[in-house]
Design a protein. Structure first.
Length: 176
């Protein structure tokens, strides 16, 4: 299991969002995904029953997204826009930085399946601009959901840049 942190810029209005997020966070990352690998032993919880890469090399990832449609297999809110979803992504190193994670992939996969379809946390995004806006505990941003899967206390305090830093720090600590 790895953390993928997006440091590139997508085309169109999503690229504007990438730039604004990085500007607001004063960092290089605008999105996070948890990447499940064949060695994780969580095939049975993946939408197609395997963690093996597809023909293009894409792996199963999970996160919460603001502007993508949830896939048809989603247990909740299939076809709706925004929320927790599984997606196969080809992790291009020119766009993503990978960081090994030392959490339990089985726990992460089970939580992700349970929470699949949960709504995106627009209130948390708005609270970055106006601190009086409350966070909604059953809704998730990308980094908040990834931190939740890793068992981080108060995941709503974690942004994409901080999450990558924490994962790198934990990996370095594990190696020493």
């Amino acid at each position: 299991m790895q953390l993928a942190s997006y440091h590139s810029t997508r085309p169109g209005w999503q690229g504007i969002a990438n730039r604004l997020i990085r500007l607001r966070l004063r960092g290089i990352y605008s999105h996070n995904e948890i990447v499940f690998e064949p060695s994780d032993g969580v095939d049975q919880w993946m939408p197609d029953g395997t963690c093996q890469p597809d023909a293009s090399g894409a792996l199963w990832c999970v996160s919460s997204v603001a502007a993508e449609r949830l896939p048809a297999w989603s247990k909740r809110r299939a076809g709706k826009v925004g929320g927790v979803r599984f997606k196969r992504i080809r992790i291009d190193p020119d766009r993503w930085h990978l960081q090994p994670l030392h959490g339990d992939p089985r726990v992460a996969a089970l939580i992700a399946r349970r929470d699949e379809g949960a709504m995106y946390d627009w209130q948390l995004i708005a609270s970055f601009l106006a601190w009086l806006i409350p966070h909604k505990s059953a809704r998730w941003t990308c980094s908040e959901f990834c931190a939740h899967l890793l068992g981080i206390h108060q995941p709503e305090r974690i942004d994409p840049c901080v999450l990558h830093f924490v994962a790198a720090w934990a990996d370095q600590d594990q190696r020493t």
